[in-house]
Design a protein around this ligand. Structure first.
Ligand code: PEP
Ligand code: MG
Length: 588
């Protein structure tokens, strides 16, 4: 549904990736939510059926066009996927039955195909094979396309539009109700200038991907999808979390200026790219980068990071079935290890579950997925899947300085079981004479408050710790990191969070084991001095944040920061902590 908007209209949300983008809105429709039901007089039924037929033909044409454009370059699965959609569209259940419904119920075409979809989806629910059961998503997607055609919406980006986006120097801004991490990872291939959504939290995996795309992005805008029209000129200010719709000439000019300034600042930061990250009083700080897919390695090298502190391997498992086998995983991990040329590469074992879903049978619709079978819990319950990954990582360790990182540890029993499985994977490789690094380091993520409080025990049994503040904050403050309605309560400066980080760092010092922070907090320059004062010497973050954090480090004096942080740790009020942090960010 479209509305006309007055110039200068602005929307406020949560900025999750910095920068300013100016471009035209590309609306991703949430068509299924827009379907209404109405009755038709008898004399209009025939026209309604024709309208339906035209929509089906339009979608068929669209899919065939995408398919033929894809053929040259795209992976085979993508074509197969479009082929499946074409087949479904050609099937009588979708192309003919809705016409009967229109006739019999005297209802509108959108309603008829939606009724039919609900019926088919219901039948899919009873299928035992999980893979086939998942195909109901394809039915939903095909029906959504038909409904969009009926409603006169544009469909997903056609190849032509994508090419246009490229040639228009990244001028398209994606506007969606929500984007799942599985969708967002696909945007890596598209060149959007920015993306904005109605819902989502600042440290949701979708937001993390937005940062990895290196484009401004805002979530939790509430009604952007409703209020912005397709093609409308919009400004996205990722720092302020503001979207300006149909800006006036003056506002546009001002933002263009700010955009230039922002770019200038980014260029200036390039000057410290090869400067070592050392504080004024000589403390050497290690700055690592987080990656999601092997292609991110180029950005890591450009950032001047000393290595990879977190490789989120689960992204290799998303949007697909079956799961990648050992060889495919090995090739991906080896590519990263080799590209980093001996610099550390911390490969995290699968952290699937919660907001990172795939079509795996074991991932069920739990009421509280973030508290459910995710990460190491899921891996321990699927030993064969875990064994395959451990073998792939071990094999890759022969080609660089690979370390293993275990997500979401809660108990020592989980750690010990993991070590047993790792040993079993090593044994199997030894038996085949396959080379791997016998002394591969194994680290654990501190993401659950129980693990932080018990960090000494983990430090004594592991080679290194990595504090995942995204989850640690979520679990400590009982705030869903993906839920926009509580996003304002998500605060790294809560005194309990700071205390848990401090405990974790101290545990590492006591057992002489390195501790890093790899959550989003590590890449936010506002918190760099605070973390240094807490004793942190290793940071891992999105590559685009490395230089900003390094600049803070170059202006820091640890001895002075320590004194200030002691005082902050005695404060109990978040507001006072925020004020104190702001103040000491201005000093050395
Ligand atoms: C974290 O929780 O801080 C973390 C780095 O892991 P992820 O964001 O992938 O859950
Ligand atoms: Mg985590």
């Amino acid at each position: 549904m479209t509305h006309s908007i007055a110039p200068g209209f602005s929307l406020h949300g949560v900025g999750v990736s910095s920068g300013i983008a100016i471009g035209h809105a590309h609306l991703v429709s949430h068509a299924l939510l827009e379907v209404v039901h109405y009755q038709l007089p008898a004399h209009l039924i025939e026209d309604e059926i024709k309208r339906f037929e035209a929509a089906v033909a339009h979608v068929r044409n669209d899919l065939e066009q995408v398919s033929s454009n894809l053929r040259k370059t795209a992976p085979a699965e993508l074509n197969a996927f479009i082929g499946t959609h074409l087949m479904m569209l050609a099937d009588k259940t979708l192309s003919e039955v809705p016409k009967e419904i229109i006739q019999n119920e005297r209802c509108n075409a959108e309603w008829a195909i939606k009724l039919q979809m609900d019926d088919i989806v219901e039948q899919f629910e009873h299928i035992e094979d999980p893979y086939l059961r998942e195909r109901k998503q394809d039915v939903v997607q095909v029906v959504e396309r038909v409904i969009k055609a009926l409603l006169g919406h544009q469909n997903q980006l056609s190849v032509e539009q994508q090419n246009n986006a490229l040639s228009q120097e990244r001028k398209l801004i994606l506007v969606a109700h929500d984007i799942s991490p599985a969708d967002a990872i696909q945007f890596k291939q598209h060149q959007f200038a920015a993306f904005i959504t109605d819902i989502g939290g600042a440290t949701s995996h979708t937001a993390i991907l937005a940062r990895s795309l290196n484009i401004p992005s805002i979530v939790a805008l509430q009604r952007a999808r409703d209020l912005i029209n397709d093609g409308e000129l919009i400004i996205v200010d990722g720092d302020a979390g503001v979207v300006v719709v149909n800006p006036s000439k003056e506002v546009l000019a001002e933002y263009r200026l700010r955009q230039d300034q922002w770019e200038l600042e980014q260029q200036k930061l390039q000057r410290i790219k090869s400067t070592r990250a050392v504080t004024i009083d000589g403390a050497k700080i290690a700055l690592f980068a987080n990656i999601e897919v092997p292609e991110d390695v180029d950005a890591v090298r450009d950032s001047g990071a000393a290595g990879i502190g977190l490789y989120r391997t689960e992204f290799l498992f998303m949007n697909r079935h079956p799961m990648p086998d050992e060889e495919e995983q090995f090739l991906a991990y080896r590519a990263v290890a080799q590209a980093m040329k001996g610099a550390p590469v911390v490969i995290r074992t699968l952290d699937l579950g919660a907001d990172k879903q795939t079509g795996v049978e074991t991932i069920v619709n739990a009421a509280n997925p973030a508290l459910g079978l995710r990460a190491i819990r899921l891996c321990l319950s699927e030993p064969q899947m875990f064994h395959t990954q451990l073998r792939a990582i071990l094999r890759a360790s022969h080609y660089g300085q690979v370390k293993i990182l275990i997500p979401m540890l809660c108990t020592l029993a989980e750690l010990r079981q993991t070590k047993l499985l790792l040993e079993r994977a090593k044994q199997s490789l030894r038996a085949e004479n396959t080379p791997f690094d016998e002394a591969i380091a194994i680290g654990g993520m501190i993401e659950i408050p129980a693990a932080a409080i018990n960090a000494e025990a983990f430090a004594s049994e592991l080679d290194f710790l990595s504090v995942g503040t995204n989850d640690l904050i979520q679990y400590t403050l009982a705030i869903d990191r993906t839920d926009d309605t509580v996003a304002h309560l998500y605060n790294p400066l809560h005194p309990a969070v700071l205390k848990l980080i401090e405990i974790s760092i101290k545990a590492g010092v006591k057992y002489d084991k390195p501790v890093s922070v790899c959550g989003e907090m590590a890449g936010d320059a506002k918190y760099t001095k605070l973390l240094l004062g807490l004793g942190l010497r290793q940071f891992s973050m999105h590559p685009s944040h490395v230089l900003g954090v390094k600049q803070q480090i170059l202006h820091s004096q640890i001895s002075a920061l320590k004194v200030q942080v002691r005082k902050i740790l005695n404060l109990t009020d978040i507001e006072k902590i925020e004020l104190a942090t702001r103040k000491f960010n201005q000093m050395h």
